[in-house]
Design a protein around this ligand. Sequence first.
Ligand code: ZN
Length: 199
Amino acid sequence: MHKLQDGYTRFREDVYPARARLFSRLATDHRPGTLFIGCSDARVVPELITQSDPGELFVIRTAGNLVPAYGPGSDGVAASIEYAVAVLGVRDIVVCGHTACGAMTVLAEGHDLGAAPVIADWLRHADASRARAAAAPAGSGADRVTTLVRANVAAQLQNLATHPSVTRALAEGVIALHGWVFDIGAGTVETIDDALAVS
Ligand code: ZN
């Protein structure tokens, strides 16, 4: 906790004064251009990877960067998507997976989740990802986890498109969806070109 307190002290003394005009404008102006949906993994920091300032990214982070398909009832992910798209009017949505993802490793390697029923339930939102990975052509050189990471980004973009606000924005041509995979060790982003291909 000391590290957080020291960081806040540095923010107050050095960072905030240098960016005071930006924060003053942001106090009454929230117009991010991009909804960034990433994994909760501590190593994948959206603002760092994209060198974005405060106010530029609307961020949702979930375990495995999973986006439950739209359905009855409400949840925090669905509400945040609707707010970003229908209220804030973001023009781009990035779904970003990453190498060595814990959630994808559990699925790709078939770990026992008997003692973690909540995680097991949440990871059902990756069922289509697993099906896509199983159908992926062999010989791509990627290991099972990386193959699933890529397939998962594509599947979650499909789920994203089931949310009415996203469906509407796509039909109106006012939004673009992007699939990324961040390689932690290399610091590179691979784009998933067939992200919206119908499987
Ligand atoms: Zn992850």
